[in-house]
Design a protein. Structure first.
Length: 316
């Protein structure tokens, strides 16, 4: 049975209140900061005939309203994908109120909670996915205490009608940092992640243990500079962008081309039986108020698939 919270669609109410605040409260509106992004994407998948083609429209609105020490956040990412079938999403990603005073943070509402350290995989996450694949927040309340080099966070989140308690402890040291988590969605889950620098190379990793039934997920990675580019190597047992959790080895190299453009090459290898791989290359060019990007991905071998994707992002 779905939670009553999920049946409510408050995003349009929040947006209407935001517009009213801007028009009816001109003095208060000076504390309003917004960022709008418009998106157009098209993709062509070549595998078995007939060819698969789709295109989509979307937007992202980030808004913040400051009334020190209160802060109101709203993130909307509505979109539609014209494929078979057509997929639509109202796109309410975050809607929460934050109180910050000294070392204390209090927040309530719909807020994202990224727990991962991994860069090319996702060993574990509580964040749900929208129909278009966007990671969203969860309804709940959180309290955080942030003394020097430390963060203690306690949260209670809604998940499929259940209340999920989460306790996190983060500690920063001279050359590295660690964060431990304990939570109970439907079973006890504990995790530990961290990162540090060794001889100019960033070493990071995380591990998660599910206690009933017993299961472990993990990722370990290295990242550093090569010329002007940034390379990353990562491996472990985790969820990947194109399939469920499995053993994997991945790599990525991102190379800027001046101030306006950048290249990115990535590869994933899954040594399962049968083995699978994904190779992709992308190019992005930034204009004053827009960004054009193109990517080509090859997946296989069972079955082989070639995916071409073009995207335009505008920042009015």
């Amino acid at each position: 049975m779905r939670s009553p919270v999920r049946r409510i669609s408050p995003w349009f109410i929040a947006l209407g209140l935001w517009v009213a605040a801007g028009w009816l409260q001109p003095v208060w509106a000076q504390n309003l900061k917004t960022r709008l992004e418009l998106r157009f994407t098209t993709a062509l998948a070549i595998s078995n005939l007939p060819l698969g083609a789709s295109w989509g429209l979307g937007a992202r609105l980030e808004a913040r309203y400051d009334l020190d020490p209160l802060r109101f956040y709203l993130v909307l990412e509505p979109g539609v994908n014209f494929a078979r079938p057509v997929i639509t999403d109202a796109g309410l990603t975050e809607l929460y109120l934050l109180y910050r005073q000294g070392e204390l943070d209090l927040s309530a509402g719909l807020e994202r909670l990224p727990l991962e350290v991994a860069r090319l995989s996702l060993p574990y996450s509580l964040e749900p996915l929208s129909p278009l694949g966007t990671r969203q927040g969860r309804w709940g309340a959180r309290v955080g205490w942030n003394p020097e080099a430390t963060r203690v966070r306690l949260a209670v989140l809604e998940d499929a009608g259940r209340l999920v308690p989460i306790l996190s402890l983060r500690r920063e040291f001279a050359e590295f940092e660690l964060e431990a988590h304990a939570l109970h969605p439907a079973q006890w889950v504990v995790g530990l992640g961290g990162s540090g620098t060794v001889a100019g190379v960033v070493v990071y990793g995380e591990g998660w243990l599910f206690l009933n039934p017993l299961e472990a997920r993990y990722a370990l990675g290295l990242s550093g500079l090569l010329g002007e580019g940034l390379w990353t190597l990562e491996g472990g047992y985790a969820t990947l962008p194109f399939r469920p959790a499995s053993l994997f080895l991945a790599g990525q190299w991102a190379m800027p081309q001046g101030e306006e453009a950048r290249w990115s090459l990535s590869a994933y290898l899954l040594p399962d039986n049968p083995w699978q791989a994904q190779l992709s290359a992308s190019y992005a060019y930034t204009l004053p108020n827009a960004e054009l990007s193109a990517s080509l991905a090859l997946l296989g071998p069972q079955p082989w698939a070639l995916v071409l994707r073009l995207a335009l992002r505008g920042f009015p």
